[in-house]
Design a protein around this ligand. Structure first.
Ligand SMILES: [Zn+2]
Length: 370
């Protein structure tokens, strides 16, 4: 562990539950109330509350519609290159504090652009934030813009075009598909993903979160998915599970998000362990940590409680990361240098409290960790 983890020489502090690779986090969903308030003040945007406490109460997860309202409120406040940069840097700091060494951040540019924000401000801001994250915290950040699956295919192609335009020097490594999955299958977006593939961008769509195995198959067949975000409902179809194993498709699993959205009734009913037992590679992520009241350490405690091994979660992250091979080799080296038995003991020790707190709060309809 004597060599620097990154080109800059910065190295994230070692974490008791080990190094972490997070492949599924929406940057808009990482903005904590204090940052949102500061951003709103400097951009002259009104918020429903003028205090951190008031916003924290508003952020408390209640149900999906409320989550969408908070999402819209948050994203509308983000307007300048400095905002987008700050969001990446602050999340990298938070993730590094939980042991993250590599993060793939998702962002949804279409609505920002169509509310008057220049495409360059968004993409340059996020890219600059990724560079600063590496320099200051030693966290490698890559970016994957997301298509909202309610967009018509021609507008989706517009997003793919932006992703392609910033692929070379903007840290863009893939293209995603998100939003309401039920009633919005992946197939109509095949042309947008073909355009991205021509630019060397991998397909990393959400699928199998709220819709079933057919959505995962569509993501694989029509979009050429390199990984699947969530993908937990693939477990309903043994043939699909075998295909995921055979093709080495990594699922980016977010247990607390699945609980909040009611994709699973309780964390103890989560299919992570069953998918792992079947041989499916699963990485672990937070999805929208500020809005779901979670963080990377909490997810790892939960996963340990579900029987997942930190070593396997990290290995799936290494396999699934959309990075250059030099970075992948470095991630592999960090994993090889880790005392995984100690990391697993620490995660196991934290598991009962995390599971009890989250499952109880879910039953109460209460979303806050505080
Ligand atoms: Zn997501």
């Amino acid at each position: 562990m004597s060599e620097p983890a990154t080109r800059s020489g910065a190295r994230p502090a070692a974490h008791p539950t080990g190094p972490k690779i997070e492949l599924h986090v929406h940057l808009e969903g990482t903005v904590r109330p204090a940052t949102l308030l500061a951003m709103a003040r400097r951009n002259g945007e009104a918020l429903p509350s003028n205090t951190v406490e008031g916003l924290a109460e508003l952020y408390r997860f209640r149900d999906f519609n409320h989550f969408l309202q908070v999402w819209i409120m948050t994203t509308n406040v983000m307007r300048t290159e400095a905002d987008f940069r700050q969001v990446v840097v602050e999340y990298a700091a938070e993730a590094a504090a939980h042991g993250a060494v590599y993060v793939e951040g998702i962002f949804s540019p279409w609505y920002r652009v169509h509310r008057g924000v220049r495409v360059e401000e968004i993409f340059h801001g996020y890219a600059d934030g990724a560079l600063e994250a590496r320099e200051r915290f030693g966290v490698e950040v890559r970016l994957t813009p997301d298509i909202d699956r309610v967009l018509p295919p021609e507008q989706a192609a517009e997003v793919a075009g932006w992703a392609a335009r910033f692929a070379d020097d903007g840290g863009i490594v893939g293209l995603g598909l998100g939003g309401p999955e039920v009633g919005h299958p992946p197939e109509p977006y095949a042309p947008a993903f073909a355009l991205a593939a021509d630019a060397g961008l991998a397909a990393v769509p959400h699928a199998g979160e709220t819709a079933g195995p057919e959505s995962v198959r569509g993501a694989l067949d029509a979009l050429g998915a390199r990984r699947i975000r969530h993908g937990i409902r693939a477990g309903e179809d043994p043939a699909l599970v075998r295909r995921l194993v055979d093709e080495g498709i990594v699922l980016d699993v977010c247990p607390v998000s699945n609980l909040r959205i009611r994709s699973v009734p309780t964390l103890t009913a989560h299919p992570l362990a069953a998918l792992r037992a079947a041989g499916v590679a699963c990485s672990l992520a937070t999805d929208d940590p500020a809005m779901f009241g979670t963080d990377l350490a909490t997810e790892h405690a939960v996963a340990a409680g579900l029987g997942a091994h930190a070593r396997d979660l990290y290995a799936a992250g290494v396999a699934g990361a959309l990075c250059d091979e030099a970075t992948r080799a470095e991630l592999r080296r960090i994993g090889a240098d880790t005392d995984w038995d100690a990391a697993e003991r620490a995660a196991h020790a934290a598991a009962p409290a995390a599971l009890a707190r989250l499952d109880v709060t879910a039953l109460d309809g209460e979303g806050s960790l505080r």
